[in-house]
Design a protein around this ligand. Sequence first.
Ligand code: FAD
Length: 506
Amino acid sequence: MVTMAKSIIIIGAGMGGMAAGIYGQINGFQTRIFEMHNLPGGQCASWERKGYTFDACIHHLFGCSPESKIHELWLELGAMPRELAYTKECVSVISPEGKLFFDYYDPGQLRDHLNQLAPKDSKVIQDYIEGIKLFEKVDIMDELMLGGFSGIVKHLPTAIIALKWFKPTMADFAQRFSDPFLRQAFPLLEYSLPDCPFAIHLAKHAAGHKKDIAWPVGASKAFAGSIAEYYESLGGEIHYNSRVKKIITKNGRAVGVKLEDGTEEYADIIISNADGRKTLLDMLEGQFMNEKLTKYCGEPVDETNWAVQVFLGVDMDLSGEPSSLVMLLEEPVRIAGHETKSLEMQTYSFDRTMAPEGKGVIKVELVSRYSYWKELARDRSRYEEEKEKVAEQVIGFLPGIKGRVEAVDVPTLVTWERFMGGTHGFVNMPKKEFDFLGSLYKNDGMTVPGLENFYFVGTWATSAGALFVNALSGKKTIKMICLKEGVKFASSLFAADHRVKESLLV
Ligand SMILES: Cc1cc2nc3c(=O)[nH]c(=O)nc-3n(C[C@H](O)[C@H](O)[C@H](O)COP(=O)(O)OP(=O)(O)OC[C@H]3O[C@@H](n4cnc5c(N)ncnc54)[C@H](O)[C@@H]3O)c2cc1C
């Protein structure tokens, strides 16, 4: 007897949505994605302006080493193998006097460099290096998120020792230095987030040294594009410029979606990769809210880093500049409605595709508030004026740039909101206490009580701002669906093929 493949509609072609599509196709479902934008990738976005490429997303792409389990995930999704570029430092910091600290990935080079900068701090420097080496022994993200039980047990003794690094923050560790420059620099090393657990920085360092962190040549658009291409090669469909307005339900089951143009599309299963607040409150019209979901839908974060990005295409060769730099300022300045003592920036000369030969791209990322820009956006000309002012301020801080800027773009949280529909732009995670183990093993947030055949993938389900974690959520969801439907899950076409052969033998 021939059984019809079950159909799945996915709202959004972000990492989670596309991954759900790929594993869905591999496991015999008929999937379609409805995406409001005209591009795949969601937050994983880059675009061209006057011959320059501006990348709003990737700083550090995990899963670049063939040894890592995250790499396997990218292989399954068609994102690897690909051309990658590596940097020798994680980040660097420059003082107003021109003192430079390179946070080298290589622990030996890092130790020597730090000892030269701050010989009196040799004890804390040694602790830093040992911390990095410890995290090289146990790949916490790989083993906990993608590893099996045996991998976790094998790494448990080292992981227990590593636990001591989860309590101190970047700012706490910085306090241990006597050198004033390093005391100022260290809190800012992890995306200028002084409250970030120091363990995250150590884990990133270890991954960088193992070459598990790299940059996908061609930027975020090319990375996301290869996943979309693979999805379509498996027979999946992406319908662009197709905003979902409503999820159609019948007797407590999700049965379809209604698009902005009024079209209705039906399927056996609906998956949302869109913002949770918009999905629950608008698309589902608040019908399935309970106490917990109401709490999750509470007011999202207003102030965040990366809220404003200033992109500059400059007629300058930036190949001698650090790839990622935090510039400490002499005096605090007010910029984008926020007072800051430092500017965080990236240059991209490691990727020849980012700018015409001999030219370069700089991205400066600023802390700001969603409400600040939302208020300005009520009057388009005030909004544009403020963006221009911010760009001018930034240009004024960068030596030698004035007069050589050929392209400028200043996306804000309101821009993200416009293109991707998320509440407060990308700052749309559910309002819940961060539960590290919960986010790894529980399916909390992936389903909606009282609504059958409906699943969430992506940031709303994971509460994590990382490409691989959100892609992984697509895999987890299709696994859940396979379990429910009695289908043996396959993670690749090869495994699916093998599964068919096995079943023919029975
Ligand atoms: C500035 C920035 C820098 C980052 N840097 C890194 C980094 O260096 N490394 C890293 O690993 N991660 C990074 N991240 C995080 C990473 O990009 C995200 O975690 C990941 O892309 C989110 O994937 P997602 O599955 O949640 O989908 P999203 O990217 O949120 O995509 C959701 C999709 O749904 C679509 N959609 C929404 N509503 C509708 C609707 N009603 N109808 C149809 N379609 C809809 C949107 O248009 C979008 O395409 C960064 C994120 C940001 C914002």
